[in-house]
Design a protein around this ligand. Structure first.
Ligand code: GLU
Length: 331
C-alpha cells in the first residue's frame, strides 16, 4: 500500500477515537515522501538529500509567504537504481534516482534485470554517469576482457552498476564464471576492498567526481580503464540510453589522460500513483533552486533545465512535473 499519510487524517482518526472534536485551528496537512538513493558514498545519495533540502527550503519560504505545501522528505541510502525502481513500483518509495538504462527497461518491460513497471514516471534527469571499470595498480587490466581470470566486484543486486556490468559481460561473451571470483560488494565497500587487495577490479556507474572512486584512485593508485572497443560502440549505437562519455584528465591522481567510456544519465523518477500536487511541488522546489542544487556537488555543475526535462527520460513525464514545465514555458 502506498505510504503517503496525511497526518491530519491520522490525527482526525485519533481524535474520533478519543471522542474529541478539534475546535481550534486546523492542523496543516503533512505529506511524507521518501526518495530512494544509492550507497552513502555515491552521488545519488547527494541527489536525494539535495532534493529534500530544496523541498524543505521551499516549505520554510512558503510558510513566510503563506504558500504551504506540507511535504516532509527523507532520502535514505539504498541498494541503487533497480532496487529504487522496484520499491517505487511496489508503492514503498514515492521517488528514486535511477540510471536511464534501467528506467527505459522498467517502463518497456525489456529486461529481466529490473521490475517491469509501466506506471513508472519521469520527473527530471540529473548528472551524467560514465561506467567506470576501476582496476588495481599492478593488476594489468587495461580492457574489460582483461578482467578475465581476476577477482571482480560485479556489484550488489539492486544496484544499477550490477545490471550494467552484466550487460557488458554479455556483450563481451563473458559470464561470472570468467572471473576468478565475482563479488557482490556494495559501492561503499568496493574501493576499500580493492585497496586491501581483496579484489582486482570493479565496475561502477557513477557521477564525476566521486569520493568513493577517489578512495581507490587517489588512495591506492587504481586506474580507470578505457572502454571503447567494438562492443561498447555497438551498445552505444544500438541503445538510446547509452552515450560515449569522457572522464577528464586530472579528475583523479591516476587520470593523467582523458578516459573514454560509455555511460547513462542519472534520472529522478516516481510513479503515476503519486499525487500530481506532490510531484509538482517537488519539481518546483528543485527547479526554483537550481543554483543551490548546482552548488551541492561538482557533478551537478552543468544542470540545465531544458536538458533536465528531456535527456535520458524514456518514461512519460509525470503530470505534476509536466504541469510545472508548462507553467514555466519549458514545454
Ligand atoms: N548508478 C549507481 C546505481 O544505480 C549508483 C551511483 C550513485 O550512488 O551515485 O546503483
Amino acid at each position: 500500500m502506498r505510504k503517503l499519510i496525511p497526518t491530519t487524517a491520522l490525527a482526525a482518526a485519533a481524535l474520533v477515537g478519543a471522542s474529541l472534536v478539534a475546535g481550534g485551528a486546523a492542523a496543516q496537512e503533512k505529506t511524507f515522501i521518501s526518495i530512494g538513493t544509492g550507497g552513502p558514498t555515491g552521488v545519488y545519495f547527494v541527489v536525494g538529500n539535495s532534493v529534500c533540502r530544496m523541498v524543505h527550503k521551499e516549505a520554510a519560504e512558503g510558510r513566510k509567504k503563506g504558500r504551504k505545501h506540507g511535504i516532509r522528505c527523507a532520502a535514505p541510502s539504498t541498494g541503487g537504481s533497480t532496487y529504487n525502481i522496484g520499491q517505487i513500483c511496489a508503492g514503498e518509495l514515492e521517488f528514486g534516482v535511477a540510471q536511464s538504462d534501467w528506467q527505459f527497461h522498467a517502463v518497456n518491460g525489456s529486461s529481466e534485470k529490473v521490475t517491469n513497471c509501466p506506471g513508472l514516471r519521469a520527473v527530471f534527469s540529473a548528472h551524467p554517469e560514465p561506467f567506470h571499470l576501476i582496476a588495481a595498480d599492478g593488476s594489468g587490466i587495461e580492457s574489460f576482457t582483461g578482467a578475465k581470470g581476476k577477482r571482480m566486484n560485479i556489484g550488489n543486486p539492486g544496484s544499477g552498476q550490477r545490471g550494467t556490468t552484466e550487460v557488458l559481460m554479455e556483450g563481451h561473451g563473458m559470464s561470472a564464471d570468467d572471473f576468478a571470483v565475482a563479488t557482490e560488494l556494495t559501492s561503499s565497500e568496493q574501493s576499500q576492498a580493492l585497496c586491501d587487495g581483496k579484489i582486482d577490479a570493479y565496475g561502477y556507474t557513477v557521477g564525476v567526481p566521486n569520493s568513493g572512486v577517489a578512495v581507490a584512485t587517489d588512495g591506492c593508485g587504481a586506474h580507470i580503464v578505457n572502454l571503447n572497443s567494438d562492443v561498447e560502440k555497438k551498445l552505444v549505437a544500438d541503445n538510446p540510453y547509452y552515450a560515449f562519455a569522457t572522464i577528464p584528465a586530472g579528475t583523479y591522481k591516476t587520470t593523467a589522460e582523458d578516459v573514454t567510456t560509455f555511460g547513462v544519465m542519472a534520472t529522478f523518477v516516481t510513479h503515476e500513483n503519486v499525487p500530481e500536487q506532490v510531484v509538482y511541488e517537488v519539481t518546483r522546489a528543485v527547479m526554483e533552486n537550481l543554483d543551490d542544487f548546482r552548488s551541492l556537488h561538482p557533478a551537478f555543475a552543468n544542470l540545465d533545465p531544458a536538458k533536465m526535462m528531456m535527456d535520458g527520460l524514456s518514461a512519460p513525464l509525470h503530470p505534476g512535473a509536466e504541469k510545472y514545465y508548462k507553467e514555466k514555458g519549458l514545454k
